[in-house]
Design a protein. Structure first.
Length: 136
């Protein structure tokens, strides 16, 4: 897109005077950083809304916001559990827990091997050899 065309469309004149790719990249980075600083709060809010929507979709595909063991329904207490264990290794592969795991699950079309549990049941299973203390 030429500078004249950009001026016609956006009413601004954008000049990229660099023929050197390194200088051009530095200029683009500086411009992107300026844009980020200007719109940081709005971008953070949009990201948070996206993350909440993604978590809702993941939990909905695994039975909704209800603990499969004890029936807890408060969103704050619920988490996604690896049924056969291996959560630590999976978090490493997915790039982290929380939103990274939700993103991985969504990209992989909600595979089997996950369930919704509250933190108490999840930790209880981990400490009790895979069996929730509620079920003993």
């Amino acid at each position: 897109m030429t500078a004249q065309l950009v001026k016609q469309i956006y009413g601004k004149k954008i000049i990229m005077p660099y023929k050197d790719k390194k200088k051009q990249k530095a200029c683009q980075r500086k411009s992107a950083l300026k844009h980020y600083r200007k719109n940081r709060v709005a971008k953070m809010k949009a990201n948070k809304v996206y993350e909440i929507r993604m978590k809702d979709q993941v939990f909905e595909n695994y039975g909704g916001y209800i603990c499969k063991c004890c029936g807890e329904t408060k969103k704050l207490f619920l988490t996604l559990d690896h049924i056969n264990g291996g959560g630590r290794q999976h978090r490493k592969e997915a790039g982290g827990g929380g939103k990274f795991t939700y993103r991985w699950v969504k990209r992989n079309k909600y595979p089997e091997g996950f369930q919704v549990l509250c933190y108490n049941c999840n930790c209880g299973r981990q400490r009790n050899g895979g069996i929730c203390p509620h079920k003993q």
